[in-house]
Design a protein around this ligand. Sequence first.
Ligand SMILES: *Cc1c(COP(=O)(O)O)cnc(C)c1O
Length: 365
Amino acid sequence: MLAKRLEKLHPYVPGEQPKDREYIKLNANENPYPPHPDVGEAIKSAVDSKLMKIGLYPDPDANELRKSIADMLNSTGGVFCNATIEGKKCTPSENDRIPFTVTPDMIFCGNGSDEVLSFVFYTFFGSERPLVLPEFTYSFYPVYCGYYDIPMDTIPLKSDWSLDKEKILSEANKNDSSIIFANPNAPTGISLTRAEVAEMIKTAPKDRIFVVDEAYCDFGGESCIPLLKDFDNLVIVRTFSKSLSFAGMRLGYVVSSPDLIKSIFTVKNSFNHFPLDFITQTAGAASADNAWYYAENARKIAAERDSFTDFLRQRGWFVIDSKTNFVFTKKDGLSGDAIYQSVKKAGILIRHFQLRELKILSESA
Ligand SMILES: *Cc1c(COP(=O)(O)O)cnc(C)c1O
């Protein structure tokens, strides 16, 4: 009764959400701070003064929202925690300044970056050649490879947990492949510099797409948005879920050249013309318009992350320097599962990995 393609599906397993007691949930990297009050106001007005709008189709192209996102990127440089905040105004740090103006036609929005990634996979990757990706990165990429029947060429991390740039590039050039990874990467928290990514794109196949997922960039990575000036095969995926306290509403976006954005629109308009409902569009714009507030929060989160890293190291834990809102850590003699269980008993949910999942664990440090 089922279509044959179901055999290739390996659904994503989200961080657990047990109901037996109230846990502090750190296992999905959500933002601990609430959205800005304007977001609540936008939602309230949708059910009060603008109720009828719920009966009408939303703007299929989310134009107001895309304008707000472009403004947010121009004013923060795409790295909240480094932006200067004066009142309600943000200015990018010198290093993050984008050397051109991001315009709305460079933005594509969808229901969370998971949906955006699905459109990106469908638009740019086919079954003809493998997609090159690190063995450990965001675990949704292999799920979509199964969904769209895209062969995978997975490259192990190096023994210091960083991406094996040389191997990624040599494999991509061998098969004329596209490349995808998260930067900063998950679950390691390690970030490549913009210059390192630029070097990679220079060496990668020119006629293939190079995707960088910047879900955690606002917490201290270097955004690759400035590189769009130099590379027309670069696609950057970002999300409102982590730095904009919006995981429950679902909003993600792509930043790329207007030409590539048009191709993604072609796919979206062949599947669901109206992926973003009117409430998400207005609440999303209210979020982006208050980037200063989220920038303050990102800064607090980054400071907390760094002091927690010191705390662990003083107690003999191995911790990788993180540029994200999470830390990746281990301690000799303790299994991930044992740590997870005892932290859970204390009412906190975290993620853990077993040696067989991360073989490289045993080689490092
Ligand atoms: C959380 C996360 C996403 C998914 O974000 P949504 O917008 O909530 O779908 C994408 N990529 C990475 C690397 C993430 O960690």
